[in-house]
Design a protein around this ligand. Structure first.
Ligand code: TMP
Ligand code: MG
Length: 289
């Protein structure tokens, strides 16, 4: 059915359930389908040749517009809070206030750096960001079959939109909800717009009445893509879900986190920097029979 599921990076706890879900989504057809995806480390790569790739925040942190002192402070925050973010032994309740702290402090630091709106395109162009291999096919297929793609990100909206724009895949079926920068009249960053989206509040609480999902209420089949345990609630605002297939990229601390990921995600992709499996499943679902 989907040859890509034979890749050695694929782990599935309940194969029959997964095959049943994929078949059911295919039966419903492309007109019932929507894709809901995280951005950082899900659509973008986690690593390349043994080096880490940047998140949308890191793209700003590493850029020439941030002072050395600012860079050091942002790196210190990352080294303190990232291990907490991915710690499988802490509960979400424990993590949530700490994530609010991280995002608030990082956004405050960034807002002191006089970042210019006009510099964003160059900052992205000069960064090491990479979309996962196969991103072209993913965005092209969804566009071709008019499947809405909702990107729900705790990263920086202005940066990730620029990434997909520079990759020439920002099609009209792509809709982004994220943290957006607020610029003053001179185009200088003054703060970030609310609501603050962090890893563990990706649910209706920040989707303001979930107008987007209401509009798509007939799209009852969902493919959800994420890399964090916080991404699992991204579809909570969808009014009537019939079939949801959750695909999780397990990028870091693979051994430690495998059990939790296998329990939560239908398909787990371990250290897989490609979108091969997602594309294979979509090809099967959208293929005319
Ligand atoms: P997301 O992939 O769930 O949308 O979350 C965005 C990622 O951004 C999350 O893994 C943490 C990371 N991050 C940074 O790298 N630097 C920062 O300053 C902040 C606040 C988050
Ligand atoms: Mg992510």
């Amino acid at each position: 059915m989907v040859p890509e599921l034979q890749k050695t990076t694929v782990r599935i706890q309940q194969p029959e359930r997964v095959m049943g879900l994929i078949r059911a989504i295919k039966e419903q057809g492309g007109s019932k389908l929507q894709v809901i995806s995280d951005f950082d480390m899900t659509l973008s790569r986690f690593g390349c040749n043994g080096r880490r790739c940047p998140t949308s925040h890191n793209i700003l942190d590493n850029s020439h517009v941030i002072s050395e002192d600012g860079k050091k402070k942002l790196k210190d925050l990352l080294h303190h809070y990232y291990p907490i973010e991915i710690d499988p032994n802490r509960s979400l309740e424990e993590k949530r206030p700490l994530m609010v702290e991280w995002w608030t402090r990082a956004h405050e630091l960034l807002s002191q750096q006089k970042i210019q709106k006009g510099d964003i395109a160059q900052i992205v162009r000069e960064s090491d960001v990479m979309l996962r291999d196969g991103f072209n096919e993913l965005f092209d297929q969804l566009h071709k079959y008019n499947v809405p793609m909702f990107i729900f990100s705790a990263g920086v909206g202005d940066i990730l939109e620029e990434i997909i724009r520079q990759a020439n895949v920002f099609y009209p079926n792509v809709h982004v909800v994220s943290n957006y920068m607020d610029f003053d009249d001179n185009g200088v960053l003054k703060c970030f717009k609310s609501p603050l989206i962090h890893t563990y509040n990706k649910n209706n609480s920040v989707l303001q009445g979930t107008a987007y999902f209401q509009q798509l209420s007939t799209r009852t089949s969902i493919i959800l893509l994420g890399d964090s345990m916080g991404d699992l609630t991204m579809a909570d605002g969808v009014p009537s879900v019939e079939n949801i297939l959750k695909i999780g990229f397990l990028n870091d601390k693979v051994e430690e986190r495998r059990g939790k990921y296998l329990d939560a995600y239908d398909i787990v992709l371990e250290s897989d920097e490609t979108l091969d499996v997602v594309n294979g499943i979509l090809r099967f679902i959208l293929m005319e029979t």
